[in-house]
Design a protein around this ligand. Sequence first.
Ligand SMILES: C[S@@+](CC[C@H](N)C(=O)[O-])C[C@H]1O[C@@H](n2cnc3c(N)ncnc32)[C@H](O)[C@@H]1O
Length: 185
Amino acid sequence: MFLFIRSLLKSPLAVGALVPSSPQLSRLIASQVCCGNSHVLEVGAGTGSITEALLNLGLPANRLFVIERDPSLVAHLYKRFPNIQVRCGDAEHAAAILCEEGISEVQTLISSLPISNLNGDNRIAILEGMMNALAVDGQLIQFTYTANCPFPAKRLGLHAERVGRVWMNIPPAVVWKFTRASYAL
Ligand SMILES: C[S@@+](CC[C@H](N)C(=O)[O-])C[C@H]1O[C@@H](n2cnc3c(N)ncnc32)[C@H](O)[C@@H]1O
């Protein structure tokens, strides 16, 4: 918690939350993962609440890859989860970072990025960066603190599904799932 608050004070817009994701929000997100034998990528993992839920739900540690931009949170994640791969970097370059590690794509990408704090162009650039790391039939899970869909999904050729709202989170959050429209069920 101390680390989270320090990070929040350093870059409030980049952290975008007052406290780490709640266990309820983390569990709902982790329950959406379907990855077969593919890797799961988590971006903006922060203190690791969702990371922990993913491991608790049975995702093997060697199939979880994490990208976080704040070096002090990266150091914390290394220590807390010594068996997963954690890289310091920007989610916008997710595909290139994965490629350096010999991973060509992932089936599920979980984003804790404070996407609503970004302006339109930056939001689309980050979204494109994340989609580049996804398999064609992969899914992006993103939560927001506003009720509206965070991306103009239709215009971008995406299918958006509202997974649910979690009241037990500060603030309450809505979980979204995005797939490429051509592959949506
Ligand atoms: C809402 S907080 C993390 C919440 C996390 N689930 C938790 O419980 O701690 C958002 C995180 O995204 C990170 N972040 C923001 N922009 C990023 C980017 N472009 N690439 C990677 N990480 C980023 C921040 O450093 C912060 O740790």
